[in-house]
Design a protein around this ligand. Sequence first.
Ligand SMILES: C[S@@+](CC[C@H](N)C(=O)[O-])C[C@H]1O[C@@H](n2cnc3c(N)ncnc32)[C@H](O)[C@@H]1O
Ligand SMILES: COc1ccc(-c2cc(=O)c3c(O)c(O)c(O)cc3o2)cc1
Length: 360
Amino acid sequence: MDDTGNKESNKLKIEEENSDIKVQVWKYIFGFVEMAVVKCAIELKIGDVIESHGDSMTLSQLSSSLSCSPLLLHRILRFLVHRGIFKEEKSSKSYSHTPMSRLLTTTGPNSMAPIHLLESSPVMIAPWHNLSACVKANGHENGSQPFEMAHGMDLWTYAAANPSHSSLLNEGMACFARLFILPAVLERCGEIFDGVGCLVDVGGGNGTCLSILVKACPWIKGINFDLPHVVSVSKEYEGVQHVGGDMFDSVPKADAAFIMEVLHDWDDEECIKILRNCKEAIPEKTGKVIIVEIVIDEKEDQISKYSDVKLRMDMIMMAHTIKGKERTNEEWANLLQKAGFSYYTITPTTTIQSVIQAFP
Ligand SMILES: C[S@@+](CC[C@H](N)C(=O)[O-])C[C@H]1O[C@@H](n2cnc3c(N)ncnc32)[C@H](O)[C@@H]1O
Ligand SMILES: COc1ccc(-c2cc(=O)c3c(O)c(O)c(O)cc3o2)cc1
């Protein structure tokens, strides 16, 4: 092809790429719209009403049940149906559930509402506005945290001072444990709990995780260890003892320690302190620390369908803690070595987290 031909084909390629970019750019500019409209659907209880109706519902049935504008409701449902949240049956002009919309009911074992309402709450959105300032400020010593800039204290201090937010946080985390992580851990590596008589869940939240584990592994006696303001309002579960304390001081003794989605909230120095206290709590010869956390994919051949959400979680840690982060295999190895563990294994699961077992 002569020069003119090359120039023309390059011009076409750039135009094609540009037209694609001109479409892709909107998801960054208006990315918040999906979160906000799903939040609206949850607060309207659209999913709950369709579920309790037991079948599909027409727009007028829905709008009268929800006491809301049929015109606005139609436009919200049109937006949601377009992305597979609810289904419109053209013949009967009615709406029914899809697997994704079932996650948006406000109650029941499949509800993701608590974590969505947590992430979309003003308390958790506010820190994002401080991100760039904190990224700059942390270029030097003692930079501030986005959450602290927004609320005057860190996430956990705020939760201790605001019981309603603490409940939203704990219910949200429990959602993830119940719906995603525990099923994935038990499916892929349930044998890690064989022979464990007493298991302490460090930073276990409201005990949901242990309540599921002791049902699946009835030989386990669970100790749910978290801050006093968390365990003091936690529901009682058979086989689970709630213990309040500070993981930076000490961890209750057990055959094995379990710590899920906690270490990523903290920097290396704080993680080493927590891990050393976990190591102190277990038998030197037979004990282990079971860590459930994201392992960031570094190499091209590790990239998976979960790679994007893992990086999103790393950004959430930056916005909510600045000190916390998701870690790569190498970073986990470095942390565990500094905390005095002799060896570790990493087992991927069928969700975004992996199971890291650390042995004294
Ligand atoms: C992100 S949540 C994870 C909860 C639970 N492991 C899960 O995955 O659902 C982190 C937990 O660490 C707890 N936590 C924070 N600081 C703590 C401390 N100093 N001692 C004990 N627990 C703490 C919080 O109260 C919260 O329940
Ligand atoms: C799919 O499994 C999960 C996804 C996300 C999370 C999760 C863990 C956290 O620790 C966490 C957090 O600390 C936080 O401040 C936040 O806003 C969200 C969040 O999500 C767990 C499991």
